[in-house]
Each structure stands twice: as C-alpha cells, then as structure tokens.
Design a protein around this ligand. Sequence first.
Ligand code: ADP
Ligand SMILES: Nc1ncnc2c1ncn2[C@H]1C[C@H](O)[C@@H](COP(=O)(O)O)O1
Length: 207
Amino acid sequence: MHIAIVGNIGAGKTTLANKLAHHFNWEVFLEDVDHNPYLKDFYDDMPRWAFHLQVYFLNSRFRQTQQIKALQQASKGVIQDRTIYEDAHIFAANLHQSGLMTERDYQNYLSLFTSMISMVNPPDLLLYLRADLPKLVAQIDKRNRDYENNIKIDYLKHLNEHYEEWISGYKAGRLLIVDVNNLDYVNNPEDLSVIIDKINSTLFGLF
Ligand SMILES: Nc1ncnc2c1ncn2[C@@H]1O[C@H](COP(=O)(O)OP(=O)(O)O)[C@@H](O)[C@H]1O
Ligand SMILES: Nc1ncnc2c1ncn2[C@H]1C[C@H](O)[C@@H](COP(=O)(O)O)O1
C-alpha cells in the first residue's frame, strides 16, 4: 500500500506523513529539503536557479519512487510526502508560466520528466491537503525556515491554482481531498482520527 500526501508549501504534509506512518506502522519517505544544495539560492534568485532546483528535485523524487516500488514488492506500506507529479505539474509549470524558467529549460525539463514518468507507478491513494492562503502563511511562519521568509503571497496563490487544476484532472488512481483549513492534527487527536477514518473508508471500505 502506498499513500502519497500532496499539497502546497506549509499545508501540513510532513506532519501528517509522520503521524500516518506511526499510526499504520509504515515507512515514511520525506522530501529532500535540509540537504538540498539549491533551495536557499533558489529563493534568493528564482530565474538563476529554477532549472537546477527542478532537476535536483526530479532526480531525488525519482530515486524515491524506485525505493517505494521495491518496498511495495516486499508488501510493505509506504507514506510519501510530496510526489514527482507535483514537481512537474505544479512547480516547474508555475515557474515557466510566471516567466521564471525559460522555454528552452522548461522543454528540456519536460522531456526528462516524460522519460522518467513511464517508470513511475501512481500511489494507491493520493491524499490532497487543500489549504487556503492564510493557513499556508500561518504554517510557513510557524515552521520558520529562514529561506522561506520571503515567499510571496502571489507565489503561493499561483501554486494553489495549479494544484486545483491538476487535482481536478487527476485520474491515475484513488483520490481523497481533505480540507485542512479548520483541522489541527498537531494538537487535536480527533482531527487526526477524522483523516484516518476517511483513508480507511476510501482504501478499505471501512466505516
Ligand atoms: N493541521 C495543522 N494544524 C496546525 N498546525 C499544523 C497543521 N499541519 C501542520 N502544522 C504545523 O505547520 C507547520 C508546517 O507543517 P509541515 O508539515 O512542515 O507542512 P508541509 O510539509 O506541507 O510544508 C509545522 O510547524 C506544523 O507543526
Ligand atoms: N519542485 C519544486 N520546485 C520548487 N520548490 C520546491 C519543489 N519541491 C519542493 N519545493 C520547496 C517548497 C518548500 O520551500 C520546500 C519543502 O516543501 P514543503 O511543501 O514545505 O514540504 O521545498
């Protein structure tokens, strides 16, 4: 079983991924953020570093998908924090549309993504955490990563628009959308139970 958690920056993916992994006793795959050699530079100068960062994330995410495949073959459950789909359909697409990635770099990136994606299995469940801008901003502030301090509201807004468009056309497998605007699964165990019940019902037909 493979559940992938998707959603905008600060939506609460990592927090939920760790909680679900603990609950189901499954392996968790997190994003390569702390050791990412481009992320800080990217936030300082997006046009300069957009292509480098996208290639870095694509490679790191692809490696993860192959590790997840191996675990699934060994019948192990996996929770994944963010997917390779979001790199291309959300982040790279947004950088290109916003004029922060050149046409030449974007086409080069897409061609690499297309070659790789044929070797990627979709998750058994895609869990989309939908959050409005105030919730995202509050949670990015709460996390307080210094290089994320200058993220513009417009950047988050455009990412949210890309998420809504991508999710509305997602047909690769089961999809569960959870509005997290009024959920606090950090402090309220009942809010976590609401999500776990929805997962059980979608995946196993329980409840
Ligand atoms: N539903 C929630 N309610 C309250 N705080 C949350 C919630 N989800 C996440 N947080 C807090 O918001 C911050 C960002 O969450 P995080 O899981 O890192 O988001 P993401 O991985 O989607 O970027 C963290 O400090 C986390 O404790
Ligand atoms: N593909 C990506 N392009 C640009 N930025 C990305 C990409 N994937 C992740 N990120 C950024 C967004 C955040 O600053 C960090 C971690 O993501 P988070 O949603 O907070 O888990 O990396």
